[in-house]
Ligand binder design. Structure first.
Ligand code: OKP
Ligand code: ZN
Length: 341
């Protein structure tokens, strides 16, 4: 399985994350991609290539043009205003307020954000673009007839909605992969999101589309980020009605419970008639993940990969979350080994 990896992920290296009322060192940091890359090489995935450079055409089919323009220019606008810290949104268009982008950067940050933990910094857009390139190149590799590819995306993307950033996400890499597979000939594509956190961005992007099925297994939003989306009664709208499926799961969820939910998701994906699969792979479901509350063990990720392989679908794996502990590398490698076997 080819691995798409860009050194440009290192350009995303924020100093701050708003966490528990403090500005801490971000959980989503460059070491993550380095540990994952080392582990997948160690596991025998030696075909590691840099992605091709892509334009924004695919992203523009998913995200609002003004949002992408904002991402590209936000840091320079912030610096031009004379601020010295990182660009952190602090005022949001909440209930009964006007939903339109203000001229000033403080207002624009709040307008285009759904959360305040994620600071925009110098290099953030370049890194997000490189992550998108990994996803697009992986999709092209699979569309060319290869059974699977791994996009080692960093920063992650599944929280990035049509016109919102947050949850460490800016451009929705998995959505770009799904769209690219569609554009290269797959009539129906499924995105399965196994990150601990609900993929609110991916759901938002495809909510009213009938050509992309979105299923997500995640910590119940009643207890976990992103708090305001990912409930079981969200099932898509318009022609997309029935093509969204959420599995909110409780604290302490083990692989036994988790894999039963995945089996249900996969049977729905088969019934949908998906011709290709995009896996939003977060390994923050791990028992020792620092910010999550599931209890998966390293060997469970091998089972996960094997079960995905049994679908017999061309598969693009996009990296999402997984934090803090050295096992993130092994856990990702285990999923890939299950899929590749
Ligand atoms: C990104 B991904 C910490 C609360 C959680 C954001 C989590 C983003 C997860 N104070 N903050 O889905 O792994
Ligand atoms: Zn996550």
């Amino acid at each position: 399985m080819r691995v798409f990896y860009s050194e440009d992920h290192k350009l995303r290296d924020a100093r701050t994350e708003l966490h528990g009322g403090e500005l801490v060192a971000p959980f989503e940091a460059p070491f993550r991609a380095e540990w994952i890359l080392a582990a997948v090489k160690e596991a025998g995935f030696s075909d590691v290539v840099a992605p091709g450079r892509h334009g924004m055409e695919t992203a523009l089919k998913l995200h609002a043009a003004d949002y992408l323009e904002f991402l590209e220019t936000a840091w320079d606008r912030w610096v031009a205003d004379g601020y010295r810290g990182e660009a952190i949104p602090a005022c949001f268009p909440a209930r009964r307020m006007r939903q339109h982008p203000p001229k000033d950067i403080d207002g624009a940050l709040g307008y285009y954000a759904f959360a305040a933990e994620t600071a925009i910094t110098d290099g953030t857009f370049a890194a997000a673009r490189a992550a998108m390139d990994c996803a697009l190149s992986a999709a092209e590799h699979v569309a060319a007839g290869n059974p699977a590819a791994f996009a080692l995306c960093r920063p992650p993307g599944h929280h990035a909605a049509i016109d919102l950033f947050g949850g460490y996400s800016f451009i929705n890499n998995a959505a770009c992969a799904a769209q690219r597979l569609r554009d290269l000939g797959a009539t129906k594509v499924a995105v399965l999101d196994v990150d601990f956190h609900h993929g609110n961005g991916t759901q938002d992007i495809f909510y009213e589309r009938g050509d992309v099925f979105f299923a997500s297994l995640h910590g119940d939003p009643a207890d976990a980020f992103p708090h305001f989306l990912g409930f079981a009664d969200e099932e898509g709208a318009g022609v997309g009605r029935g093509s969204t499926k959420n599995y909110p799961l409780p604290r302490g969820t083990t692989f036994e419970t988790w894999s039963a939910a995945m089996d249900d998701a996969l049977s729905r994906i088969a019934d949908f008639g998906a011709e290709a699969l995009v896996l939003s792979l977060g390994v923050d479901t791990f028992e020792r993940d620092p910010i999550s509350f599931f209890k998966l063990k390293s060997e469970d990720y091998l089972r996960m990969g094997e079960r995905l392989k049994s679908m017999g679908l061309p598969t693009v794996v996009c990296m999402e979350g997984g934090y803090g502990v050295p096992e993130i590398g092994l856990n990702v490698a285990n999923v890939l080994m299950g899929i590749a076997r």
